[in-house]
Design a protein around this ligand. Structure first.
Ligand code: FAD
Ligand code: NAD
Length: 404
């Protein structure tokens, strides 16, 4: 009998979880599993704010995919997906083409710039390992250049963070710890440095517990962050940004602008002709693309509506991993032609937002946490994600054990 071809696109939280679970469920003779990813490493997207600020080396946030896949069962292809042709059951890669019987789309997120002028050209975004390295290097370059120029340009030392969602706040938490180090390293007066966060909503972390938000804001302000709330970024230029608060328009000169104000699914989905909302496919209860019983979508490319709030679940690693686990089970059902498909029910355990390596805020199992307790919990969550994909050996290699 011919073995079905299962092709998994993307080795982030969703795709890698699907792969490692499927390789446990399925025997060598039951299916050909192929995993495709742009790089031969997986990165912890949820740690990228640390690599971007330079508080954690970029090699700490990634590991070889070969470390966690069973090569007897999974073929790994390092390549970039350019298009999916669902009616021909084909995937086009930069360097080839694959045919599938079952496809899993797990290509993750891209930065959403809402068409705001200049952002693509002049702002950075915390999108992957290489983008994170560029942000770190760029900030360091600005600091290194400041003192050697005859005419000092203070705006080189201004860093703007667009958006005070979880990504913006976690990045700020790392930055405020990194800046004193950079000032010492490059002989810079800390009073010359400005870190400005611009948030369009009337509050930081809209929708999160107000008491915890207040704690986060006061901790970050104490370490030098200026918040501009109810203020939207309207344009990004080579010199900085233009913001508006009501009718008031202001230009902020800045050597570094990091856009952390929203994400969308992979543009490959739009280019492949799927019906999407911000490049995310609204999946059926079994995580399949509507109209295609052979295509699953997991992670930030999938859109699921929370019936209670009638709004989409936020794109998180927590949900991506749970989707991967279920997707593997459902694939096994289809491959064997036995059993029933299960529908997806997210089990949201909580949210913890770090404020640097030793501080955080969070709500876990309905309980509010802040300070060192929350920070400890954040590292437990980070280590748990490693454990779920690569077991205790991966935790020993990559885990976070410096708790305070
Ligand atoms: P990703 O993890 O983005 O993985 C996608 C993979 O696909 C990558 O390996 C990429 O290289 C590959 N890929 C992309 N395009 C192609 C292509 N064309 N061809 C081949 N390969 C491709 N969520 C939480 O739950 N908790 C947190 O604490 C948290 N912190 C975060 C912190 C930051 C700084 C950021 C940016 C996000 C955070 N999130 C957090 C959100 C979380 O990271 C995402 O929801 C999660 O990464 C989505 O998983 P994914 O598998 O869909 O995609
Ligand atoms: P987000 O969409 O959650 O937040 C973006 C923020 O930018 C919002 O507060 C929005 O009001 C603001 N904004 C939008 N346009 C703006 C403009 N023109 N000017 C100024 N502000 C503007 O995006 P995110 O923070 O990147 O998070 C993406 C996803 O990743 C979310 O689902 C989030 O839950 C998840 N995440 C989770 C964690 C965590 O659990 N610790 C950390 C990071 C990200």
């Amino acid at each position: 009998v011919r073995k079905p071809n299962v092709v998994i696109l993307g080795a982030g939280y969703g795709g890698l979880m699907t792969t490692v679970r499927l390789q446990k469920l399925i025997g060598v003779n039951e299916a050909n599993i192929t995993l495709v990813n742009k790089h031969d490493y997986h990165y912890e997207t949820t740690w990228l704010h640390e690599a971007s600020a330079g508080t954690l080396h970029h090699d700490r946030v990634r590991y070889p995919i070969a470390d966690v896949i069973d090569r007897n069962k999974v073929k790994f292809i390092k390549d970039t997906v350019t298009k999916i042709a669902p009616n021909e059951k084909k995937v086009l890669l930069e360097n080839g083409e694959l045919e599938y019987d079952y496809l899993v789309i797990a290509l993750g997120f891209e930065s959403e710039t809402f068409g705001i002028k200049g952002l693509k050209e002049y702002a950075f975004s915390i999108a992957n390992v290489n983008a994170a390295r560029q942000i770190r290097e760029h900030i360091e370059y600005q600091f290194a250049t400041y003192n050697v120029e005859e005419e000092k340009k203070d705006e080189r030392l201004t860093i703007v963070v667009g958006g005070a969602g979880f990504t913006g706040i976690e990045f700020l938490g790392e930055l405020v710890n990194r800046i004193p180090e950079l000032c010492r390293e490059y002989d810079i007066d800390p009073n010359k440095v400005r870190i400005i966060c611009v948030e369009a909503a009337p509050t930081v972390l809209p929708g999160f517990d107000p008491e915890l938000v207040e704690y986060a804001v006061s901790q970050l302000e104490r370490k030098g962050v200026e918040f501009k709330i109810g203020t939207a970024i309207k344009e990004c230029t080579p010199d900085g940004i233009i913001v508006a608060k009501g009718d008031e328009v202001e230009e902020i000169k800045a050597g570094t602008v990091v856009w952390a104000a929203g994400v969308r699914g992979s543009s490959v989905l739009e280019q492949s002709g799927f019906e999407t909302m911000r490049s995310r496919i609204k999946v059926d209860p079994f995580l399949r693309a509507p109209g295609y019983e052979d295509i699953f979508v997991v992670g930030d490319c999938a859109l699921i509506i929370n019936e209670e709030t009638n709004r989409p679940y936020p794109p998180t690693a927590q949900i991506a991993m749970q989707e991967g686990q279920l997707c593997a089970k459902n694939l096994a059902v289809l491959i064997r032609g036995q059993g029933e498909l299960e529908s997806f029910k997210p089990d949201i355990k909580g949210t913890v937002c770090s404020l640097g390596h030793d501080d955080a805020i969070g709500v876990v199992f309905g309980k509010k946490l802040w300070g060192t307790k929350a920070s400890f919990m954040k590292k437990v969550i980070d280590n748990r994600a490693l454990y779920l994909i690569g077991g205790s050996s991966l935790v020993m290699k990559k885990g976070k054990f410096k708790f305070f």
